[in-house]
Design a protein around this ligand. Structure first.
Ligand code: FMN
Length: 254
């Protein structure tokens, strides 16, 4: 460890751990097709979920459950629901560039992420049915979802640190898919399946996607108005750019 200079109270000059962390953060790359012949050692599941366990959460409620799916038959059945959702979305003409969800069945690492919305009670709410209560409840749901996302992200970074590619899948659809998936995995009705974390060696060379620059996302003391996008600009981005940044190689990435 770096020694503090004489008289200095703190020394934050050692970048070693930051650099190692950023190496992992930068190289956490999404892939949507894996080498299905690879078998994830149990220890890796445990190492990855150990990272999830240490995440921060509102009220320290830790409102997350991770169901590791190693049974190929279960993976295939879950994949089938995603295929159905893909077909349903195509029919709805959502124009969302939906990926090929058959890749799910190829994922050697397959973890279903669930949460229990009853935990919103642990966050600041009035529980008296008033309008104010509704507002607090809305915020409480955000607290819950952010908590699970923080934990899930730790798991994704741990998987990336082990050298795996990852896939964060939320396209679970509505009630129907929830109802279909829960009995398959014995998940109690009270819980909600939020997403699926896939990881493993990629079937194709993974690539880095476009990321906004540091300046574009940062304001100092006051929101930088040049960062504000009109609704028309957002619509334009969706129409012209979204599909490229989701699925194609990007330029100007660092
Ligand atoms: C909350 C969240 C939800 C996502 N949902 C899906 C999804 O349902 N299907 C999918 O193919 N990718 C999904 N992704 C992956 C993103 O498309 C991907 O992270 C993004 O294109 C950036 O690529 P990168 O992860 O390689 O940086 C999701 C990612 C996050 C964080």
């Amino acid at each position: 460890m770096a020694q503090p200079t004489a008289g200095a109270k703190y020394d934050f000059s050692d970048r070693t751990k930051y650099d190692a962390l950023m190496e992992t953060v930068r190289n956490r790359l999404t892939t949507r097709a894996f080498d299905s012949t690879y078998v994830v050692p149990r220890e890796h599941y445990e190492m990855i979920l150990d990272a999830a366990r240490h995440a921060p959460s509102g009220a320290n409620a830790q409102p997350w459950h991770y169901i590791v799916v190693t049974d190929q038959d279960l993976k295939n059945k879950i994949t089938e629901y995603f295929r159905e959702e893909q077909v349903a979305r195509a029919k709805l003409k959502m124009k969302f560039p939906t990926p090929d969800y058959r890749g799910l069945a190829t994922a050697p690492g397959f973890v279903v992420v669930a949460s229990d919305f009853r935990w919103v009670k642990a966050f600041p709410v009035l529980n008296d049915g008033s309008d104010l209560d509704k507002m607090y409840k809305e915020n409480a749901e955000r607290i819950l979802l952010q908590s699970v996302a923080a934990s899930t992200m730790s798991a994704h970074l741990a998987a990336a640190a082990l050298g795996y590619n990852v896939w964060w899948v939320t396209a679970i659809g509505q009630e129907k898919a929830q109802k279909a998936m829960k009995p398959l995995l014995g998940i109690p009705d009270e819980l909600a399946v939020l997403d699926i974390m896939c990881f493993g060696p990629s079937a194709k060379p993974p690539y880095k996607r476009w990321k906004k620059s540091l300046n574009e996302i940062t304001s100092w003391n006051k929101f930088d108005q040049s960062h504000f996008m009109s609704e028309a600009k957002i619509d334009e981005w969706i129409a012209t750019t979204r599909h490229k940044v989701m699925y194609r190689d990007a330029e100007n990435v660092d």
